[in-house]
Design a binder for this molecule. Structure first.
Ligand code: AHR
Length: 326
């Protein structure tokens, strides 16, 4: 009788240990009879085609990896993302992953996660926290390089030009890592040619409607626009609508450079309405789940995992489109 209850107590303690989340120690990365890893993912929103593809990638990869995903959409608002992270801490998830809407203002909530012993993985966008111990790793693109590639293409294209080349820039969400970094990279690259001048720059919030509105205002105030540099495809697609409505031909009267390479953007590039796209891959799900498993298994992971990306001309877009995943 005594033996039987001892076995029962031992079994109960083992279950309690496996079931305790929070520290990330108890969750198994191997699946099987052990408890599933629980990941809390705080997404930016649904502002662009890129974002929808990223959400799909994260959700599908979690399923494939056997990870229980708690998902929230912050509708591009930092306070919503902070609330979601706090709720994941309260729920004692095993790991938190998020793509920060903006770069600044994360130290307090990240410290709360650290104090609760819940590891955090940054995905897609970075934070500017000086204390790197607040997160385990950052998986995503090199946004400065993306801006640089866009600028370098324009420098090459403008070699033959004799006059000033007037550029308007439609920035991404103000204060976000991709907006800050793409601007920085683009400006650094176009410095190589003093003919290239940014005559206006404004945020379109990474949305199609934002890109359209900003472009309408640019067209009203600037009769001689030669080039649009849009921080993502959606803004570029919105700009196309505004340019056409103004009776001009996108891709010809006004050249357009964008970043992302989602299907809609690639279709416009293939049709000659966009002139060049720098790729930013949203397919981060598989790598994110692998990193989460490694972190929870106590393995060392690199501080930074950079996504591999390419660029597309009209011809390359036409070739790539039939097999484009997103
Ligand atoms: O953070 C990645 C950027 O965010 C993508 O370029 C853009 O489309 C998205 O909204």
């Amino acid at each position: 009788m005594f033996k039987k209850s001892l076995v029962a107590v031992m079994a109960a303690s083992a279950i309690a240990l496996t079931a305790c989340g929070g520290g990330g120690q108890a969750a198994s990365s191997t699946g099987g009879a052990d408890k599933k890893i629980v990941m809390g993912f705080a997404q930016v929103g649904a502002e662009s085609g890129w974002r929808s593809a990223n959400t799909k990638s994260v959700q599908e990869s979690a399923k494939e990896a056997g990870i229980d995903l708690k998902f929230s959409d912050a509708q591009q608002k930092q306070e919503n993302q902070i609330k979601a992270i706090r709720s994941y801490i309260q729920q004692k998830v095993d790991v938190i992953a998020f793509s920060p809407v903006v770069e600044s203002g994360w130290d307090t909530v990240l410290k709360e996660a650290k104090d609760a012993k819940i590891p955090v993985i940054l995905t897609d966008r970075a934070v500017d926290s000086a204390d790197k111990s607040l997160y385990k790793t950052f998986l995503g693109s090199d946004f400065v390089l993306e801006g640089k590639k866009a600028g370098e293409w324009l420098v090459g294209e403008s070699k033959a030009a004799t006059d000033t080349v007037n550029i308007v820039e439609i920035q991404g969400t103000t204060g976000s890592a991709p907006a800050n970094d793409r601007k920085e990279g683009f400006e650094a690259a176009i410095k190589a040619d003093p003919k290239l001048k940014i005559i206006a720059s404004q945020s379109g919030d990474f949305t199609r409607s934002g890109g359209k509105q900003v472009m309408e205002a640019f067209l009203k105030n600037n009769p001689d626009i030669d080039v649009v540099f849009a921080h993502n495809d959606d803004e570029g697609l919105g700009a196309i609508e505004a340019i056409e409505a103004a009776g001009k031909v996108p891709g010809k009267d006004i050249k357009i450079i964008t970043i992302d390479a989602v299907k809609d953007g690639m279709t416009a590039l293939s049709a000659g309405k966009i002139n060049y796209i720098v790729e930013c891959s949203p397919l981060l799900g598989t790598q994110l789940m692998d990193l989460a498993k490694k972190v929870l298994a106590g393995e060392t992971v690199p501080e930074r995992v950079v996504t591999e990306e390419t660029t597309f001309t009209q011809e390359q877009a036409t070739k790539a489109l039939p097999t484009r995943q997103y």
